[in-house]
Design a binder for this molecule. Structure first.
Ligand SMILES: *[C@@H]1O[C@H](CO)[C@@H](O)[C@H](O)[C@H]1NC(C)=O
Ligand SMILES: *[C@@H]1O[C@H](CO)[C@@H](O)[C@H](O)[C@H]1NC(C)=O
Ligand SMILES: *[C@@H]1O[C@H](CO)[C@@H](O)[C@H](O)[C@H]1NC(C)=O
Ligand SMILES: *[C@@H]1O[C@H](CO)[C@@H](O)[C@H](O)[C@H]1NC(C)=O
Ligand SMILES: *[C@@H]1O[C@H](CO)[C@@H](O)[C@H](O)[C@H]1NC(C)=O
Ligand SMILES: *[C@@H]1O[C@H](CO)[C@@H](O)[C@H](O)[C@H]1NC(C)=O
Ligand SMILES: *[C@@H]1O[C@H](CO)[C@@H](O)[C@H](O)[C@H]1NC(C)=O
Length: 758
């Protein structure tokens, strides 16, 4: 048992006087008990859910035994289940007759009496209320009480003194009297009084010590208490032990659902705070009565105690009341409020107040109108400010000086884009990245667009930004996602691109594998289209546009699976702060040109390297970076180059590529990848060369016998995985002898299963 002790030290004397006020919160005159049930036992009112006998109470624990056998006294109520005598019942407390532990000594220090008090409420719906205090009265006494059933606790108190002169009338502060708190939620208490020196030194004025629990409001320490032989009786008669009571073991939210819910109309359910999970009912504000009895609480007619001014008129309403003033008087009519005052000015006042009201109304309308127009004006000003900050004037100027760009660059208004994106709704988000967020937008003319909201813009780069917007809107290539225009009225400029419907190439390679359209021919076509577009950008008149971030996620596919390069020049368009550089590098690791990475020298050849990786991805369906243990396999570029060096090219191909492509084609593309991935930029082909090479390969695949070959393989060998390899075995291209080495590797698990071609 985890115990904590509150020990209070003192020395001195004692007496006690008692306040006798029993408050009955349930007012007389309303229903108190169940119909046909006695509502009193002696002079104690028994409100339902308590009742005399089980039929009159809500459950056996609330059943009261009214003992009428004692002749001289009035009948006394007891809790039937444990025979504790009831002192009183209020609407949230049950007061029971006290039990005291007294310790008495004779002049020689022999103990002539000591009682142990154990009050056990376990299994009952009652707990000791924390409004009780544990009290010790005496001049050589201490007591420790142990609480259990619920939470475990213990506490104690010392009451000491050396003469009655030490004692203070009305103060229970350790001198002859001590008090300490007890926690709520306890159902069992066990305590007994003890003495330090058997009262030898204080016997002349204090032969007994007392320990008891009780409501401190009814207890007042008096100096005479320490030598009062009837002290125990006084306490029992006047100081009850306060118990909390509650209904059931369910809290309000649970109980409301059950059909034995105890709270009736115009009442609220209040969760009990004892920790045992029950509840109580309380009349709603403005209502009175017994909430546990049907039909519930009734309206209080407040007008009975007229709360209105003498010139007022009181009107009662359910749960409330209203005061108004008689004719000729004005005010709120409430006695303690403004009351009613004589209305001397009569009719003119009405006119005057009407005038004032209309005046106010007019002012309010005017203020509202002014407010809203100011807001709108402010918004317009803000947009104008952003437009200028973002280089809008510069852009306009550039556009007007250059007629041709006028056609392609559109400056969108903030409002237009807000409408298009449904106010940047979450369900319009197409993607997020280090650069910002891309939204799908629908313009007035139903045209679909992708709207890119960038991160914060660096003011020093505005001019460059504007120039590049103009350049990029000039780009017009069927394999490039077109920049349609921009919006400068927002805090960060926004770019508006054409909308491409079929997702990214990355998605089709890695997540959507095996779609019928993703054939070798189509892969070659996509590679060729992408290469062509990059070559076009590199050769753009004036300033070559380096993409900087070529990767399969940046190659989009439209409804006909035509490749569209996206985000070109984005890294130049949108200045990147330090953090973004790191996200970008992370995001593109695997595609990043090692030379560029080391030297920071950006050339067109960096795009070529990245394109090589995309090509390798297309052929192998491997991700540019994988999480394998070996470093060599981690990067697709390295993996590819090493495989090629070791003559294992065909083993790392996507099976479908092997099935559909001729070995010659695969070999040529493999070689192209190898050249693109050269570490030295100048050893790599230009994008144009790569594009032309791929283009001629596609023509080769159109070669009649090559096409036939593909078909034959497909018909014969489609069903089984292992047959992919077999097709390699029979391919006439092997007869060139160039790849006989591959064939001898038949037992390599990656492509040739052990039970492979025999
Ligand atoms: C009940 O009656 C006793 C004596 O009969 C009296 O002392 C006590 O104050 C009464 N209690 C109430 C609440 O009226
Ligand atoms: C009623 O009170 C009398 C005297 O106080 C006692 O002897 C008797 O046992 C009590 N009866 C019940 C049922 O508690
Ligand atoms: C109180 O003590 C008893 C006996 O040691 C133990 O079984 C019970 O779990 C304790 N209760 C709490 C709430 O600690
Ligand atoms: C009351 O407390 C005393 C002292 O701690 C202990 O010996 C006794 O067993 C307890 N009685 C009950 C009923 O818990
Ligand atoms: C204490 O009370 C006893 C008897 O009630 C009395 O004889 C004695 O004189 C009292 N002592 C003092 C100091 O009042
Ligand atoms: C009521 O009791 C249920 C079940 O014990 C509990 O899930 C819920 O949180 C309680 N609600 C409140 C307000 O304590
Ligand atoms: C019950 O209602 C009374 C009167 O409206 C209010 O004073 C009291 O605080 C309420 N009790 C609880 C537990 O809400």
């Amino acid at each position: 048992m985890s115990a904590f002790f509150h020990l209070f030290f003192f020395s001195l004397v004692i007496p006690l006087t008692l306040a006798t006020t029993s408050t009955k919160l349930i007012s007389q005159g309303t229903t108190i008990s169940k119909p046909n049930c006695q509502n009193k036992c002696g002079n104690i009112t028994i409100p339902y859910p308590f009742g005399i006998g089980t039929d009159c109470s809500i459950d056996p624990w609330f059943s009261i035994n009214c003992n009428t056998t004692s002749l001289n006294n009035s009948p006394k109520p007891f809790i039937s289940q444990n025979n504790l005598e009831i002192f009183d019942i209020t609407d949230d407390k049950l007061l029971i007759r006290n039990t005291i532990s007294a310790g008495c000594y004779d002049a020689l220090g022999n103990r002539i009496r000591r009682d142990r008090v154990i009050i056990n409420l376990a299994t009952s719906p009652f707990t000791f209320s924390d409004s009780n205090k544990f009290n010790v009265v005496g001049c050589d006494d201490l007591a420790i009480t142990i609480g259990s059933e619920g939470s475990n606790f213990s506490t104690g108190c010392f009451a000491l003194c050396s003469s009655t002169d030490d004692l203070i009338e009305g103060e229970c502060s350790g001198l002859g009297c001590c008090q300490t708190d007890i926690p709520k939620g306890i159902k069992k208490l066990n305590f007994s009084i003890s003495s330090l020196d058997a009262h030898i030194n204080v016997f002349s004025f204090n032969p007994c010590g007392y320990a008891f629990l009780g409501d401190p409001n009814r207890l007042r320490f008096s100096v005479s208490d320490v030598n009062d032989s009837s002290y125990e009786e006084k306490i029992i008669q006047n100081v009850p032990v306060v118990l909390d009571w509650e209904i059931g073991i369910r809290n309000c939210s649970e109980a409301t659902k059950s059909n034995d819910f105890a709270c009736f109309g115009n009442s609220v359910c209040v969760d009990s705070e004892t920790g045992f999970g029950g509840y109580r009912c309380n009349c709603s504000k403005g209502y009175e009565g017994n909430p546990y009895l049907s039909p519930g609480c009734t309206d209080i007619n407040e007008c009975v105690n007229n709360p209105c001014d003498e010139h007022g008129i009181c009107t009662n309403s359910p749960g409330s009341f209203h005061c108004s003033c008689k004719k000729g008087y004005r005010g709120d009519g409430i006695k303690d409020g403004r009351g009613c005052t004589a209305d001397n000015s009569g009719f003119p006042v009405i006119k005057f107040s009407l005038g004032v009201s209309f005046g106010f109304l007019a002012i309010i309308i005017a203020v509202t109108v002014i407010y809203f127009s100011t807001q709108k004006w402010k918004l317009m000003k803000l947009r104008e400010k952003f437009f200028q900050l973002n280089g809008g004037l510069l852009l306009k100027q550039q556009l007007s000086s250059n007629e041709s760009s006028m056609k392609s660059t559109k400056i969108f208004t903030a409002e237009e884009l807000e409408k298009a994106t449904n106010n940047y709704a979450d369900d319009r988000i197409l993607g997020r990245g280090g650069y910002g967020v891309v939204y799908k937008g629908i313009l007035y003319d139903k045209k679909l667009v992708a709207i890119k909201k960038s991160r914060v813009m660096d003011q020093t780069q505005i001019e460059q930004f504007i120039n590049e917007v103009i350049i990029l809107t000039q780009v017009n290539h069927r394999n490039v996602v077109n920049l349609l225009g921009c919006c400068l009225e927002t805090e960060v400029p926004m770019l508006v691109y054409e909308y491409i419907s079929n997702g990214t190439l990355y998605h089709h390679i890695h997540n959507n594998g095996g779609m019928p359209w993703f054939s070798w021919d189509n892969r070659l076509r996509i590679a060729t289209e992408a290469a062509g577009a990059l070559a076009y950008l590199h050769s753009a008149a004036g300033m070559p546009i380096i993409h900087r971030d070529v990767k399969s996620p940046n190659i989009l596919l439209d409804e006909y699976y035509t490749a569209k390069i996206a985000d070109f020049g984005a890294s130049r368009l949108v200045p990147i702060d330090q953090t973004q550089v790191s996200t970008l590098v992370q995001g593109t690791l695997g595609y990043l040109d090692p030379e560029y990475f080391q030297t920071s020298q950006l050339t067109e050849k960096s795009d070529v390297y990245s394109f090589g990786v995309v090509l390798a991805e297309l052929m192998t369906c491997r991700k540019p970076l994988t999480n394998t243990k070996s470093d060599e396999d981690k990067s697709l570029a390295t993996f590819f180059v090493v495989a090629l060096k070791e003559n294992r090219l065909f083993q790392i191909m996507d099976p479908r590529v092997l099935r559909e492509g001729s070995l010659e084609q695969i070999r040529i593309v493999g070689e192209l990848v190898k050249r693109c991935l050269k570490l030295q930029g100048e050893e790599r082909p230009t994008m144009k060369e790569a594009a032309m090479e791929l283009e001629s390969l596609r023509k080769l695949s159109k070669h009649p016998w090559a096409g036939q070959e593909v078909e034959e393989e497909e018909i014969g060998l489609m069903s089984e995985q292992t047959s992919d390899l077999y097709s390699v075995g029979v391919s006439p291209d092997l007869s060139t002898g160039e790849y006989t080495g591959e064939r001898s590797l038949g037992s390599t698990p990656l492509i040739y299963p052990v039970h492979g071609p025999r």
